[in-house]
Write a protein that binds this ligand. Structure first.
Ligand SMILES: Nc1ncnc2c1ncn2[C@@H]1O[C@H](COP(=O)(O)OP(=O)(O)O)[C@@H](O)[C@H]1O
Ligand SMILES: [Mg+2]
Ligand SMILES: [Zn+2]
Length: 472
């Protein structure tokens, strides 16, 4: 290989142009590599997840001279213009918000989710919008035939002039097509069906998925193309899941939802260009995904008039938007030597801590009680502002009383049973008032403006006080 300077390039071993065959055992769950077979993965503790992957390292290593994007001259930070991160809309407010305000030019986004959840549908709808706005879009269908894609487009009423479709699984061919068509946005559906001829292991294996993702990343960075890569989350270890790609891409969006219910949630697991707290909510309809404008309504469906004991409504604030969600707790005399504690949609350790505080600071006896806590509607809540709601759900169920109807509850609980302030309280209360709630039990003096009319604010500073006031 002759480099630009005319010197014969050698690799580290002093060899030129030698193909090297490597064989290694790779955990198909997490990508951990070992020189030989291992029964249990030291990284992710999976059993039987190792598969041998023979790999022919390509003869010609990429030379740094080829890379132009990363080798720009050294610049003063003040001279760098911000136009470089140019964003554009997907036409769906919910999608845009989760992306941090739209797609970023030259970025690679991984969209992960269970098979059948609606990934292809979501992306195709975004493609349709982009193309109607004059953007050249290339949809690479590696899984479905172009006819299948067309029939989905027909069902979704999509008529997109600037949308091209390519049925291809070879990563090199796809790279050529991207360069040739000069598409501004490219979709790869899905990464698990792509293979790179440089590598001998089968499509869908960790090595293949990584190699393909790497080469698309390079294309995105050198040409400024925005690439959306779709990946299936797999439960068995045979096909590499999107987790092995997380560290190399710019953003990872997770599309999830209850298969039996119709709404779907889109959340950012990683985002180099925005917050990871945003949640986008969609409704799966016959003619595609519909954005849900008022998600609180969805999570509270059929609630207001029949509050059972152990049921509370909290206001979470994941991201920039407050959301009303119902929490439920169930307690009952245990038939196990150690009582069971089950948390669905809430962090398990948080529930254990709240139970400990309820026992020690309020005097509830939960040592012989099984405790189940769950978030209604499949939401996941990761903020301490839900503490007080969880505590009240458990306490009211244990005492078999109900919380006053039309009451929302929020606050963080400290270990001594004190109620701590939470962020964005005003916005949360406004959302509750908008949804018709009449009372809010909140931490003392954390409001910064006047409460909206129609909702009574009850400030509490101790857990015992909150329980008394909530049961009313
Ligand atoms: N012919 C159809 N009529 C109505 N809904 C359909 C039809 N085909 C698929 N769907 C809906 O679309 C979903 C599959 O969406 P898709 O985007 O293909 O998922 P993914 O790409 O995540 O595997 C199905 O779960 C179903 O709800
Ligand atoms: Mg699909
Ligand atoms: Zn592993």
């Amino acid at each position: 290989m002759i480099s630009m300077t005319g010197v014969v390039r050698q690799n580290y071993w002093g060899l030129t142009n030698m193909a090297k065959i490597k064989s290694k055992w790779v955990c198909q769950k997490c990508g951990y590599e070992a020189p030989g077979y291992l029964g249990k993965c030291p990284e992710c503790s999976s059993w039987g997840s190792f598969v041998e992957e023979a790999e022919v390292v390509s003869k010609v290593q990429p030379q740094h001279e080829n890379k132009t994007f990363f080798e720009n001259d050294i610049q003063k930070i003040n001279d760098i213009s911000l136009d470089e991160t140019f964003r554009f809309s997907t036409g769906m407010e919910e999608f845009d918000r989760v992306l941090g305000g739209g797609l970023v030019e030259g970025s690679l986004v991984l969209l992960a989710g269970d098979p059948g959840i609606g990934k292809s549908t979501l992306v195709l709808q975004a493609c349709a919008y982009l193309s109607s706005n004059g953007t050249d879009v290339l949809y690479v269908s590696a899984e479905e035939s172009t006819r299948q894609l067309k029939s989905r487009a027909k069902r979704l009423n999509i008529n997109a002039e600037k949308l091209s479709v390519l049925s291809q699984t070879n990563a090199e061919e796809i790279k050529n097509a991207i360069v040739q068509t000069k598409a501004k946005v490219v979709v790869i559906d899905s990464i698990q069906a792509i293979y790179s001829p440089n590598i001998t292991s089968s499509a869908g294996s960790v090595s293949q998925v990584r190699e393909a993702c790497n080469s698309f990343m390079e294309i995105a960075k050198t040409t400024g193309t925005t690439i959306i890569v779709i990946g299936h989350v797999t439960k068995d270890g045979t096909i590499a899941g999107p987790r092995v790609l997380e560290h190399m891409v710019d953003a990872v969006l997770q599309f999830e939802g209850d298969k039996y219910k119709l709404f779907r949630m889109l959340r950012a697991v990683k985002n180099r260009f925005g917050s990871t707290n945003e949640v986008g909510i969609f409704n799966m309809k016959d003619n595609g995904l519909e954005e849900v404008q008022n998600p609180s309504e969805l999570f509270l469906e059929g609630l207001q008039n029949n509050m059972a004991s152990g049921s509370v409504v909290i206001v979470t604030n994941e991201g920039t938007r407050p959301l009303l969600v119902e929490l439920q707790a169930l307690t009952g005399f245990t038939s196990y030597p150690a009582p069971r504690r089950v948390a669905t949609g809430i962090e398990y350790n948080r529930v254990l801590q709240i139970i400990a505080v309820l026992e020690r600071r309020v005097g509830l006896n939960l040592s012989k009680q099984d405790v189940y806590v769950s978030v209604v509607g499949g939401m996941e809540i990761n903020e301490p502002a839900a503490d007080l709601g969880i505590a009240l759900a458990i306490a009211t169920c244990l005492r078999n009383v109900t919380i006053e109807p039309s009451t929302v509850i929020m606050g963080e609980i400290g270990l001594s049973g004190e109620i701590r302030p939470i962020n964005q309280l005003d916005a949360r209360i406004r959302e509750a008032a908008k949804m018709g709630f009449k009372k809010a039990i909140v931490p003392k003096s954390s409001m910064s403006s006047k409460a909206p009319t129609g909702i009574e604010i009850i400030e509490v500073s101790k857990l015992t006080e909150a329980i008394t006031k909530a049961i009313g």
